[in-house]
Write a protein that binds this ligand. Structure first.
Ligand SMILES: O=C(O)CCC(=O)C(=O)O
Ligand SMILES: [Fe+2]
Length: 395
């Protein structure tokens, strides 16, 4: 891992929103994925008709524009079952949670306690930022050292295929990691909404970590929180403009999230997020559900659980007629926390499946290389658990 950090992007940064707004009819070459990585969109004549400019946006956007299965069985859990005081409902919730973490690495939750007004507030102020004049947004342009601010690419590999999306990334916790100069002052409510949203997300993430600890039968409800150490939290607002040729590109390349737990507020009008089902390796769309949150496990939880719970590859498909906005809150182990499998989860007489590493080391590795499916996690699997294929992939 002896590659030094680049302090600026390897090529001039293009804002995808500007490209989209220029009215171009073809996706520029650097956004075109090799045929095997394209999303195989099947746009039916009916969907194409619905996409005509005169049709109501919400009608044509709510339908996923994709091939493969529609929603599969990505579990939807009701957090009231956890809080109800009814022992059986609680047990069933923990069992379903454990199964979701093992079989999908993804779930949706309802009745999670995050106020609707706060979700709506953060969504609308975050969206309003992207509508500001470009010069105002450029003041917050980010760099590949901290990633904080207004960005358009992940990773610094020169010549990499780019994603059809812009984003805004911020460190939120610990407070010492915040760069307040990167917190927009316009829209005026932006800071307040983000602060409130993140507070509620932090509370919810702790509750989820406790529930996940219980689902694993760990000694103590706080086992995972303790393994995380001081929580590191970041938030990324993803903005995907409409795309003239969504069948050639992706809004976000396949990746697993590097951290602990991701709490995602999807765009409730526009589908686009897809998960690579562990059972079939096919891409499954996560349907937007108003008021629900998508929860997914990151690589650090796969490491801590010695591979029992999974961080699963996901991607975002672009959309020909609708913009899409999502807000991902990444809850991670502390920067200097050394993460390795929890001993109780390593079978007797076996070596841990992953080598120990601080979260900071892991993250900087990914920030240099950009998204790479699950290749980063495979690369720290301990030699005993490497398959010939993963070894070849690392070469
Ligand atoms: O936009 C989405 O729905 C997913 C975003 C995502 O996977 C991420 O920000 O890591
Ligand atoms: Fe992600």
């Amino acid at each position: 891992m002896g590659i030094s950090l680049l302090t600026s992007w390897p090529e001039p940064v293009q804002r995808v929103q500007l490209l989209a707004e220029s009215g171009l009819q073809h996706v520029p070459a650097q956004y075109i994925r090799p045929p095997a990585e394209r999303p195989h969109l099947h746009i039916s004549p009916a969907a194409a008709a619905a996409a005509a400019p005169t049709s109501p946006l919400a009608k044509s956007c709510s339908r996923p524009q994709q091939g493969g299965s529609d929603s599969g069985n990505i579990p939807i859990l009701d957090m009231e079952d956890l809080d109800s005081g009814d022992g059986e409902r609680r047990e069933a919730f923990l069992r379903d949670l454990g199964r979701a973490c093992e079989e999908w690495g993804f779930l949706q939750i309802r009745n999670h306690g995050v106020e609707e007004a706060v979700m709506e507030g953060v969504r609308s102020t975050a969206g309003a930022f992207f509508k500001l004049p470009i010069a105002e947004k450029q003041v917050y342009a980010n760099d590949p050292v901290t990633y904080q601010g207004y960005g358009s690419r992940l990773g610094v590999s020169k010549g990499a295929v780019l994603d059809w999306g812009d984003y805004y990334f911020l460190n939120v916790l610990p407070s010492s990691s915040r760069d307040v100069t990167k917190w927009p002052t316009n829209p005026p409510l932006w800071r307040h909404m983000m602060e409130e949203y993140c507070k509620q997300m932090e509370r919810l993430s702790k509750k989820l970590l406790q529930a996940i600890s219980l689902s694993l039968n760990l000694e103590c409800t706080r086992s995972l929180e303790e393994a995380f150490g001081e929580i590191d939290m970041g938030v990324r607002i993803n903005y995907y403009p409409p795309c003239p040729q969504p069948e050639l590109t992706l809004g976000l390349s396949p990746h697993s999230d590097p951290g602990g737990l991701t709490l995602l507020l999807q765009d409730f009008k526009v589908a686009g997020l897809q998960v690579k089902a562990l059972s079939t390796s096919s891409w499954v769309t996560i349907p937007p559900i108003l008021g629900a949150l998508v929860i997914n496990l990151g690589d650090q939880l796969q490491i801590l659980t010695n591979g029992r719970y999974k961080s699963v590859e996901h991607r975002v498909v672009a959309n020909s007629n609708c913009e899409r906005l999502s807000i991902a809150c990444f809850v991670n182990p502390g920067n200097s926390t050394v993460v390795s499998p929890i001993p109780k989860l390593v079978p007797k007489n076996e070596l841990p499946a992953y080598n120990a590493m601080t979260f900071n080391q892991y993250r900087s590795f990914i920030r240099r290389r950009g998204t790479n499916g699950k290749g980063h996690l495979d690369s720290i699997a301990s030699p005993t658990s490497l398959t010939p294929q993963t070894i070849n992939n690392q070469a």
